[in-house]
Design a protein around this ligand. Structure first.
Ligand code: 6PG
Length: 620
């Protein structure tokens, strides 16, 4: 606002461009009568201005329902300003372009296309009531400096920043905005590949109307209130390190970077330490639930410095899925990379759950069921064994493409992005027998050798027309047996890692945040929340122990039938093999020790001296 000639239109246009919101020049909305009156050298009175200001107020309200706007208007009296901002005063920021009559007189003299003759300038100043609730800008400054000053003073800093607008990043932005947070969104600019990504994304969704969109890192970082909270949603690996280096020069002490990708927990520890030395907090967090979960409520597994978590807690816990008690499926997991560690184990458990469902479908097919019948069977399992993965498997079985089942058109070569690989490596490094996760991973690798499998099939397989002789209930119980083993192994891995890395992880809390939002959410997971309050060993829980005893005959029946009929069921098979191994009091490992000592003199312990001393024998 300000007297005619103070530069309202010029500054207004520039500011609107900078903020990427519409510009409205109040002068364009004067009724014809007002323009004639002013052109004839008569000053407008309050009555002339009333209708005009009400029109501008309506325009402002319309724009506020979208992404806001910049309006240039003289608004010389406080009552004019009250009319223009009626019922939206709390959302209006007044900027007063202040100059002397001499400054403005000079400007007006050089202007030809404006209907306000300079003789009226004095009446403008006579009418002007300098606003006290406005940002005063000296019109002697350059337009660029004026814009920068306005932005720095008026831009409402964003609460939270999202860096990387891929599928998950976009869904998280919308989730944050839907929950009322003012966010800044950033996506890099790559000529011809990624251009205007943030701006175009913002324009797509009304909930992003107050979000700020950037492809300039400096502007993005400066739009955030401190301590800044920036969530990185970029590919795991070196990209994270490159992004960190790009951001570092713009960050301030105590700013917080949150890595929401599937990063390796060891790398997260390195980044945590690297940034700690620079006064920047680093939170590695698993985010599970895919695109829909990120939008509606994922399971979030943050770790890092506890004090930094307190700053990001309001955001992450608000956008997270809620458990059956309405509590957020997000908790402070522990320090360093423990959040990414449990996300990695989550994916390991996920691999096995997916493999088991694939094997169940295969067994039932070999038991003579078609896909619709299998879907109907699995549908009934929702009563006692429900899970997200069971639900999507039913949907997948029923999905048709024309007259064909779509799933039968899919090439049977399973891919992976590496998380199951890392879990298996972590298990071997920690010496924990996560045999089901490894089996599920290697089952994917076996599937990848499609051509070899086809050649081998022609060479070795004699197709038997026998069908597998099992009941549906035996299949369900065998499936449930293997799932219990899967969760036993997964949480044992977490428990062992917690001891090795001194993370002091809370298994019950981890199970709780996995009861909703994440891919492995299930009724079994809900049971574990209570179990882990009393024990860290699932099969020591009386209910689970009873279930295992009840289901064991079925899994043995199913697996033996599959072996007899040459049906590959690696995880179902491994579940009973592992269980028999972990419940064998006296195993054959003594022979291993003897062999090792025989050829390598690696020594062995004896049972008759309680394993205290090491022995070596000359076996020849
Ligand atoms: C999740 C998923 C997610 C992703 C997996 C897929 O928890 O939301 O696990 O992280 O879809 O990485 O893993 P693979 O590509 O290795 O099967």
């Amino acid at each position: 606002m300000g007297v005619s000639g103070c530069g309202k239109s010029t500054v207004g246009k520039l500011l609107a461009q900078e903020l990427e919101i519409p510009f409205i020049d109040g002068d364009d909305y004067h009724p014809e009568a007002n323009i004639k009156k002013m052109a004839s050298g008569q000053a407008l009175n309050d009555a002339d201005r009333k209708g005009w200001l009400e029109t501008l107020n309506d325009l402002a309200k319309q724009q506020l329902s979208k992404e806001g706007c910049v309006i240039a208007c003289s608004a010389l009296k406080q009552k004019y300003r009250d009319t223009l901002s009626q019922s939206i005063a709390h959302q209006v920021e007044w900027i007063y372009l202040s100059g002397t009559i001499a400054q403005i007189f000079e400007r007006l003299k050089s202007r030809s296309d404006h209907f306000m003759p300079s003789t009226l300038l004095q009446s403008q100043f006579d009418t002007l009531e300098v606003p006290n609730k406005a940002l005063h800008i000296d019109i002697g400054l350059s337009p660029e400096i004026i814009i920068k000053t306005i932005k720095n003073k008026l831009m409402i800093p964003s609460d939270f920043g999202l860096f990387g607008l891929g599928v998950m990043g976009k869904s998280l932005c919308r989730n944050l905005a839907n929950n009322g947070f003012k966010i800044s969104m950033f996506n890099r600019h790559v000529d011809g590949v990624e251009e205007q990504v943030a701006v175009n994304f913002k324009a797509q969704f009304s909930e992003l109307s107050t979000a700020a969109a950037f492809d300039d890192i400096s502007a993005f970082v400066n739009s955030l209130q401190q301590p800044r909270k920036i969530m990185l949603m970029v590919n795991a690996g070196k990209t994270i390190d490159f992004v960190i280096e790009d951001l570092l020069p713009h960050l301030s002490k105590n700013d917080i970077l949150i890595d929401g990708g599937n990063s390796n927990y060891l790398k997260t520890k390195e980044r945590f330490d690297y940034l700690k030395d620079k006064g920047i907090h680093f939170i590695g967090t698993g985010v599970s639930g895919g695109e829909e979960g990120a939008l509606k409520g994922p399971s979030i597994m943050p770790s890092g410095a506890a004090e930094a978590y307190e700053d990001v807690k309001p955001f992450l816990e608000t956008i997270a899925a809620k458990d059956q008690n309405g509590l957020p499926c997000c908790t402070y997991v522990g320090t360093e990379g423990s959040g990414h560690f449990i996300k990695m184990v989550h994916n390991g458990i996920e691999y096995v759950e997916m493999q088991l469902l694939a094997e169940v479908c295969s067994v039932l097919k070999h038991a003579g069921k078609n896909l619709d019948e299998i879907a109907d069977i699995l549908e009934t399992w929702k009563e006692t064994a429900n899970s997200y993965l069971l639900e999507i498997t039913v949907d997948i079985l029923r999905k048709k493409e024309g007259d064909h089942y779509l799933v039968n058109q899919i090439l049977d070569k399973a891919g992976n992005k590496g998380t199951g690989n890392w879990t298996t490596i972590a298990s071997t490094q920690l010496g924990v027998p996560s045999t089901l996760i490894a089996t599920a991973l290697f089952a994917r690798y076996t599937s990848f050798y499609k051509d070899e499998r086809v050649a081998n099939n022609e060479h070795f397989r004699i197709t038997t027309d026998t069908t597998i002789d099992i009941t549906i209930n035996e299949m369900l119980e065998g499936y449930q047996f293997a799932r219990i083993m899967n969760h036993y192994q997964g949480f044992k891995l977490i428990s062992e890692a917690s001891k090795s890395f001194n993370w002091d992880l809370n298994l019950s809390e981890i199970a709780r945040i996995w009861t909703n939002g994440c891919i492995i959410r299930s009724t079994l997971m809900e049971d574990l929340v209570t179990v882990f309050k009393n024990t860290t060993n699932i099969i020591m829980d009386e209910n689970f122990a009873a279930a295992i005893k009840a289901y064991k005959p079925s899994v043995k029946k199913v697996v033996s039938q599959c072996i007899l009929n040459d049906v590959s069921v690696p995880c179902l098979g491994e579940s009973i093999q592992f269980f028999n191994g972990i419940t064998t009091a006296n195993s054959s490992a003594n022979m291993i020790q003897a062999q090792r000592d025989y050829f390598g003199a690696h020594t062995y312990k004896r049972i008759d001296d309680y394993g205290v001393k090491s022995h070596h024998t000359n076996w020849k």
